[in-house]
Design a protein around this ligand. Structure first.
Ligand SMILES: [Zn+2]
Length: 270
């Protein structure tokens, strides 16, 4: 699932391989992208910079145009040589930069701004990014949680991208497990140290996700010959399985207005 680590990984790849290059071809099979004539407006433009802000992807072009994309639940950006892989009907947008193509699939959130057009409120209101080198994740998360409604549940508040950005549904459950914090507690009951732990641990997990190429692995089983490769977690999608620390059964329940499933250990998390 694309969380903040995916946006940062993509921006890093674009900075390494695409910035400074010209859009030599652009195609789309997305009504949303075609209605804005995104392919026609970007052809011939030069990518000037690429940036991730929370889960938002921001491509700035030399013309002053800005391409905004957000992968939501199912979108994916792929970078490769030659014709894009994947089903053409799922292709939201393909941008060719000579022999390298950046292809976007299954993305409902794509918008091209004209030069000088302000970023939409949804992007402007994004809170400090836990993967931003200028951000102290522990202090920033502590302060953001202290400033919001103290009655909000922790597992809902840490997903609010206007407070801090980058944490999605998997990292929510995993960070709160590793911090030992019950996701159903009110944020007003957190100590400063607990809130700092949540931010610090979430940032560590997100950074690992960037390093691992977008995969979300949070648990490394003790070395053993039959070990499965990567992708293992402490609690996420492990409902009714035994906690890897205490053996209690992992629980799961929908949380927040969007009813996103939270996984937790009722014994380890207080
Ligand atoms: Zn446990």
């Amino acid at each position: 699932m694309p969380e903040g680590h995916v946006a940062h990984r993509n921006a890093g790849l674009w900075n390494a391989h695409l910035v400074g290059r010209t859009v030599t071809g652009a195609t789309s099979s997305s009504p949303r992208a075609l209605a804005q004539d995104i392919p026609g407006r970007l052809r011939g433009d030069v990518l000037a910079s690429a940036e991730a802000r929370g889960k938002h992807h921001i491509m700035r072009f030399a013309s002053g145009r800005v391409l905004l994309t957000h992968l939501r639940m199912n979108g994916v950006w792929r970078l490769g040589r030659g014709t894009p892989r994947g089903r053409p009907r799922n292709l939201t947008l393909a941008l060719e930069f000579g022999d390298v193509t950046a292809a976007l699939y299954r993305c409902q959130s794509v918008r091209l701004l004209e030069p000088g057009e302000p970023l939409p409120p949804g992007v402007r209101r994004v809170g400090p990014d836990l993967l931003d080198d200028a951000v102290d994740p522990a202090a920033t998360t502590r302060d953001a949680l202290a400033a919001t409604d103290p009655g909000r549940e922790v597992g809902e508040a840490v997903m609010d991208q206007t407070l801090v950005s980058g944490i999605g549904n998997v990292y929510k459950s995993e960070s709160l497990f590793l911090a030992g914090v019950d996701p159903w507690r009110a944020v007003g009951t957190l100590t400063s140290a607990e809130a700092e732990d949540v931010g610090r641990i979430a940032a560590e997990l997100l950074r690992r996700g960037v390093r691992d190429g977008g995969a979300i692995t949070t648990f490394d089983p003790p070395s053993r010959p039959w070990r499965r490769p990567g992708g293992e977690r402490w609690v996420y999608r492990r409902v009714d399985e035994p906690c890897r620390r205490c053996g209690a059964r992992i629980r799961a329940r929908g949380q927040g207005d969007e009813n996103r499933t939270t996984y937790w250990c009722p014994s380890c998390q207080k």
